[in-house]
Design a protein around this ligand. Structure first.
Ligand code: RIB
Ligand code: CA
Length: 311
């Protein structure tokens, strides 16, 4: 029986590669893909979700959710790892869709249609999940599990010295989700930044003659180029793909129960994730946190999983 999932994301190049893995793996039944603002504006990530699905043309089309802007957006960022449009500035065209619903409504409807069976995989800021939890107070008890890419345990951020992007972008929503009575697993930067891919990864993608092969090559060659030109880096990290791999291959990861929360006020620490790791913790454990990953096996799994999209 395939695992029912909703993927909430902010494409984003790594979100797009993660979607490709999920949409072609028979072990997952992607019931919905809901867009959230983050790597690009709400309108743009909504279009990007649609563009990714239309470019990949998966065997089963999921329901789509429309992102809406967050109330207090953080300052825009100088670096644009994903392109100004969030998808390598290629300018994918999308067909006109009607009767689309807000992401938080789609999340509530899909979870309610399969109580206790749906895993929500959150690959962007947690705005939609917090809105869904507020919209339907019973939802927390009906979600099977939340797997979220975000935060750090060691405190070394990426978008600021102390904060990871997904949490930093909407720390109030992240705190709402962290404090909710849902079963949660966090995949933090500590683990995702251990999985670095190099240019030979592109050679192992599906053939360029396939839709997926062409799409993945276009966005990933952009990512390699931006990392080299902007940061002098030969390798890239696809953080969201590592999070999807935990859903597909949990045996390649180790997790630990932890008590985590989110700093929402600090001048230097806003968006930081804080864990009570004192010898005698006083905070209540509220999530599993990925602490170890089998890097070679995860990379091999990514390559084999993406090849399914090229068949
Ligand atoms: O910090 C990594 C996260 O920020 C990923 O989800 C990536 O897509 C960016 O949004
Ligand atoms: Ca993302």
């Amino acid at each position: 029986m395939a695992r029912k999932v909703i993927i909430d994301c902010d494409p984003g190049i790594d979100d797009a590669v993660a979607l490709c893995l999920a949409l072609f793996d028979p072990r997952l039944e992607v019931l919905a893909v809901t867009a959230t603002e983050g790597n690009a504006s709400a309108d743009q990530t909504t279009r990007n979700v649609q563009a990714v699905i239309e470019q990949l043309d998966p065997p089963r089309y999921p329901r789509l959710g429309v992102a809406s802007p967050i109330e207090i957006p953080p300052p825009t960022f100088a670096w644009k790892l994903h392109g100004n449009d969030g998808l390598a500035d290629i300018g994918y065209r999308v067909s006109e869709l009607h009767h689309q619903h807000l992401s938080e409504k789609v999340i509530c409807d899909v979870v309610r249609s399969s109580p206790d069976q749906v895993t929500i995989i959150a690959l962007g800021p947690l705005t939609n999940l917090a809105r869904a939890l507020r919209r339907d107070p019973e939802l927390a008890t009906m979600i099977g599990q939340i797997i979220m890419m975000g935060g750090t345990v060691d405190g070394i951020g990426n978008v600021t010295p102390t904060a990871e992007f997904n949490i930093y972008y909407d720390p109030e929503s992240a705190r709402t989700v962290f404090q909710s009575a849902t079963t949660k697993t966090l995949v933090p930067l500590d683990v995702t930044r251990k999985v670095t891919l190099f240019l030979d990864f592109v050679d192992q993608l599906p053939e360029e003659t396939s839709r997926a092969g062409k799409f993945l090559r276009d966005i990933l060659t952009y990512s390699f180029r931006v990392h080299r030109q902007n940061f002098g880096m030969e390798g890239i990290q696809l953080h969201d793909v590592v999070a999807i791999m935990l859903a597909l291959h949990p045996e390649l990861f180790e997790t630990e129960p932890m008590a985590g929360d989110v700093e929402t006020q600090g001048e230097l620490t806003k968006g930081a994730t804080v864990f009570d790791r004192r010898p005698r913790p006083e905070w209540q454990q509220n999530m599993e946190v990925a602490t170890l990953v089998d890097v070679p096996a995860v990379i091999d799994g990514m390559i084999r999983g993406l090849r399914l999209a090229g068949t």
